[in-house]
Design a protein around this ligand. Structure first.
Ligand code: PMP
Ligand code: GLN
Length: 378
């Protein structure tokens, strides 16, 4: 058959996780925690199942969950979301992004993305016949070059995608970035797709600049979230999308025939657990401790830190001690040193190699210590 995605192979996350397993390496590659999620939340799922919440729920999401999420958005970001029309529960953040793009893209449309970019974005754009317009983030601080964004907008620009906190670099957008985006898009028909799955994984006292804080921007935006990241349960594959009614109407046309509705008992449990504000408000501090612990350990290795301010990840450069390609060193570290990472060139369509590896620090301290101990012998 004629492939719709001829250039696509297997995602780097699967490649590195399989290599880690085959080599018996500590896996700091794929982003998932190795510590337990809340027992209170798993008990709530068991309760929901025992209480009989085992059939299809509403196609847009369990109503009480949508209600609680809109209350949360009001508290955190001072924004009024209509739980009936502006929010849909999805099977994960990736699915929400795919659905939003599929709902609005026509063949030949252009989508501005910033590289390094999460690896699902380009295939999601291309499978819809649209064209990714790739703008490199400035190296090594990974800031958005707004002048270049202005220069690359054309009559065909349909969507601009942002991701804050950012995977793979841990960079975060600030208020000035959001105002630039707002100024650039106001008065156009450009749609913004904001990937905010790491909304609560933000450090150093920085406030997350959600699109939800900017009413003018929100009018033209899809904003995507993931429960997997917030509650340490990436295997649940549940998330949600918020968008104004005209955009959400189109999103739901795709959603209802692709998924229809998501896991009922988990939505019931999450609706109850959302009353526990501390569970998500304390997350940044908890995970920052892991970043700091990991960063201190890494000081005893030859790697140079590119500081992360959010997400599960921190990037480290090695070009000052090795000229190996990042994919090669990542494989060698996995096989010979027992530590798996992700080569950052995998997040560039043309494999731009700044000689940087991404490490996931959402792990138990003993896991991090064991992994980094191997690198001291480099
Ligand atoms: N966007 C980014 C930037 C991510 O890192 C992830 C994590 N996998 C997702 C989206 C998707 O999250 P989910 O697992 O809920 O699909
Ligand atoms: N988002 C996770 C990461 O960046 C992995 C998700 C996946 O494997 N698709 O590592």
């Amino acid at each position: 058959i004629q492939s719709k995605l001829p250039e696509v192979g297997t995602t780097i996350f699967t490649v590195m996780s399989q290599l880690a397993a085959a080599s018996g390496a500590v896996n700091l590659g794929q982003g998932f925690p190795d510590f337990s999620m809340s027992g209170e939340l798993t008990d709530l799922v068991a309760k929901a199942m025992n209480d009989g919440f085992n059939q299809y729920t509403h196609m847009n999401g369990y109503p009480l969950l949508r209600q609680r999420l809109t209350e949360k958005a009001q508290r955190l970001y001072k924004t009024a979301i209509d739980p009936e029309s502006d929010i849909t529960i999805t099977p994960g953040g990736t699915y929400a992004i795919y659905t939003a793009l599929t709902a609005v893209l026509q063949p030949g449309d252009e989508v501005i993305i910033f590289e390094p970019a999460y690896d699902s974005y380009i295939p999601n754009i291309e499978v819809n016949g649209a064209i990714p317009v790739r703008i490199p983030l400035q190296f090594p601080d990974y800031a958005i070059p707004w002048q270049e964004v202005r220069a690359r907008i054309t009559a065909k620009t349909r969507v601009i995608m942002i991701n804050t906190p950012h995977n793979p670099t841990g960079s975060v957008l600030n208020k000035e970035d959001m105002l630039q985006l707002q100024a650039i898009t106001t008065g156009t028909n450009i749609i913004v797709l904001s990937d905010e799955v790491y909304e609560h994984l933000i450090f150093d006292g920085i406030e997350h600049q959600s699109v939800l804080r900017y009413p003018e921007l929100l009018k033209r935006s899809f904003v995507c979230f993931s429960f997997g990241k917030t509650y340490h349960c990436t295997g649940w594959k549940l998330g949600y999308c918020i968008a104004p009614e005209p955009l959400m109407r189109e999103f739901r046309k795709v959603h209802q025939f692709n998924c229809f509705s998501c896991d009922t008992p988990k939505q019931v449990a999450l609706a109850a657990y959302l009353l526990n504000e501390e569970a998500y408000l304390s997350l940044g501090t908890q995970i920052q401790q892991k970043r700091d612990f990991f960063r201190t350990l890494m000081q005893d290795t030859p790697f140079r830190c590119i500081p992360s301010h959010g997400s599960y990840f921190e990037c480290y450069s090695y070009g000052h001690f090795s000229q190996e390609a990042d994919k090669e060193i990542a494989i060698r570290l996995t096989k010979e040193y027992g530590i798996a990472t992700i080569p950052v060139s995998a997040f560039y369509k043309d494999n731009t190699d700044h000689k940087v590896l991404r490490f996931c620090f959402a792990k138990k301290e003993e896991t991090l210590a064991k992994a980094v101990a191997q690198l001291k012998h480099l």
